[in-house]
Design a binder for this molecule. Structure first.
Ligand code: ATP
Ligand code: MG
Length: 274
């Protein structure tokens, strides 16, 4: 199956992305090929999972898809057109929001939650200053938090609450696509299940599509419509989640699946906790 989706509105696509980094070690410069000819696309309403072990290039690929990192080769397309100039990237950065891996470092430690949530509205020049507090309160409720959380500092929140705040912050500018990079990895399993359930609710209510990055196959299976398996910078297998899990074709996918002692039981527990 080819990841490239035919031209259409709302589709975010990376085509044939290659990314090499120059790394200096022991006085010598070496090229590291972090991403090697990867294509991925997410269509409206879809949850696409990107799974693979640490260092396989997941974050690098996703950073390229929002323009934080430049690809060595390949292009990013949005709505069927290449994202070419500054205006295109500015538009994409509002429509596509990135939710960071670590809820403990993603928020500025000295900024109240309300201010952190209002900041993207100011940056993007959205809504009058007098309306910002109301919007912050509504967004906190949307992610299952009390509006009073706006007055707190990040260190007064639990990891799960912080990750909800991070989601709220990403949602303030009304994006169409969220790229979630290991957003539940640092959380306890029961809190993970709550955040995943919240993501599914938000996806329905706000009509979002998601790229969900994780090294955890249980989480991918629970959430994703489609999955791409990445290994050493390449996509080695992709397809509908159930068919990849039930009938893995690549040795690496089999190894990943075998590394979960009893994934059906773990999944059932997660669903029960949700
Ligand atoms: N700025 C950089 N300079 C040099 N090498 C880099 C840089 N960023 C990433 N790399 C290398 O590129 C490869 C892919 O890294 P990346 O962070 O994309 O992996 P990942 O799949 O997100 O891993 P993890 O699951 O640990 O988050 C790794 O070998 C990493 O060391
Ligand atoms: Mg990463």
């Amino acid at each position: 199956m080819n990841a490239a989706v035919s031209t259409s509105a709302g589709v975010l696509e990376a085509r044939n992305i290659v990314k090499t980094f120059s790394v200096r070690r022991e006085g010598r410069t070496r090229e590291v090929r972090a991403v090697n000819d990867v294509s991925v696309a997410v269509a409206p309403g879809e949850i696409v999972g990107l799974v693979g072990e640490s260092g396989c290039g997941k974050t690098t690929l996703s950073r390229i898809m929002i323009g934080i990192e430049q690809p060595t080769q390949g292009e990013v397309r949005y709505g069927g057109k290449p994202v070419a100039d500054r205006a295109d990237w500015a538009a994409l950065r509002r429509s596509v929001q990135y939710v960071f891996q670590d809820p403990f470092t993603a928020l500025c430690p000295t900024m109240r939650i309300g201010k952190a949530l209002a900041e993207p509205l100011a940056i993007h020049g959205l809504c009058a200053p007098s309306e910002r507090d109301g919007k912050v309160a509504r967004m906190l409720e949307m992610v299952g938090l009390h509006p009073d959380v706006a007055r707190r500092m990040p260190n007064q929140l639990s990891g799960g609450q912080r990750q909800r705040v991070n989601l709220a912050r990403a949602l303030m500018v009304e994006p169409k696509i969220l790229i979630c990079d290991e957003i539940v990895s640092g959380l306890d399993v029961s809190v993970q299940a709550q955040v995943l359930q919240l993501l599914l609710d938000l996806k329905q209510r706000l009509d979002l599509s998601l790229i969900f990055i994780s090294h955890d196959l249980r989480v991918i299976r629970y959430l994703c419509d489609r999955v791409l398996v990445m290994y050493l910078g390449e996509i080695v297998e992709q397809g509908e989640t159930a068919s990849v899990f039930d009938n893995p074709r690549h040795d690496y996918t089999r190894t990943l699946l075998a590394a979960i002692p009893d994934h059906s039981r773990a999944l059932a527990a997660m669903a029960d906790n949700a």
